[in-house]
Ligand binder design. Structure first.
Ligand code: NI
Length: 228
């Protein structure tokens, strides 16, 4: 399931983040890649454990916490602290699958995050660069994604994907992963469909007896499928 989250960040938030990024320490993107993806990855990213990344990431994490569409679609258990990349002219990221497990540095033992969903949050307006499309190879074929600044795409981390070469300008984005309470993409999709329908019914008819029954069904399916 691919879910586009429009306006995760307001234009002012994007502008503030972009201003902070100008001063950040950009390093080779292979720093966080696995053995296979490292071969295909040609971009820059802000040093993973720098204070800038923490400050920028916190803006995104709090926006995610308030976003109902993200919560309904991802049913997040853990979110990997957001990272930031930049593709200048000629840079690209060839076809790969993201690592299944990511480790988050903590004061104690590292925290493991199983990457159920991948997220890309676009931070450059599409008119400012050519190329730099995210191409997700789904069972239905390839989907080409290029969104407005502040918009995010959520996609199954199990899918092969690549970023086409940037041929003009520069493309900045944030990327991160989500471990969902519901591991299977298919089960997550059923819950998302049901939740979306229930929300629309509630707007139309309030808390009717049918809405209550469907809400109960939603929670009972979630109880069945979720690991919290
Ligand atoms: Ni990737």
């Amino acid at each position: 399931m691919l879910v586009r989250v429009p306006q995760l960040l307001a234009p002012e938030q994007v502008a503030e983040m972009r201003a902070l990024m100008v001063k950040a320490d950009w390093v080779d993107g292979r720093a966080t890649a696995g053995a296979q993806s490292g071969q295909a990855k040609h971009n820059l990213q802000i040093a993973e454990h720098s204070p800038a990344v923490r400050a920028l990431g916190d803006v995104i994490l709090s926006a995610l916490g308030r976003n109902e569409l993200f919560t309904s679609a991802a049913l997040p258990l853990r979110v990997f602290p957001p990272l930031f990349n930049r593709y200048d002219g000629g840079m690209a990221f060839g076809s790969h699958i993201d690592n299944a497990i990511r480790f988050v540095k903590t004061a104690g033992a590292p925290l493991r995050v199983r990457t159920d969903l991948s997220a890309t949050l676009f931070l450059t307006e599409p008119a400012a660069y050519d190329g730099g499309e995210l191409v997700i190879e789904d069972t239905f074929g390839a989907k080409t994604i290029k969104l407005a600044a502040g918009e995010m795409i959520l996609y199954p981390a199990s899918s092969r994907h690549h970023v086409t070469p940037v041929t003009r300008g520069s493309r900045i984005a944030s990327f991160f992963w989500v471990q969902s309470m519901v591991r299977e993409d298919e089960a997550r999709r059923h819950l998302f469909e049901l939740d979306t329908a229930i929300q629309a019914l509630r707007r139309d008819q309030g808390d009717s007896a049918e809405v209550l029954r469907l809400t109960g069904l939603y929670h009972n399916l979630l109880r069945r499928w979720a690991d919290a």
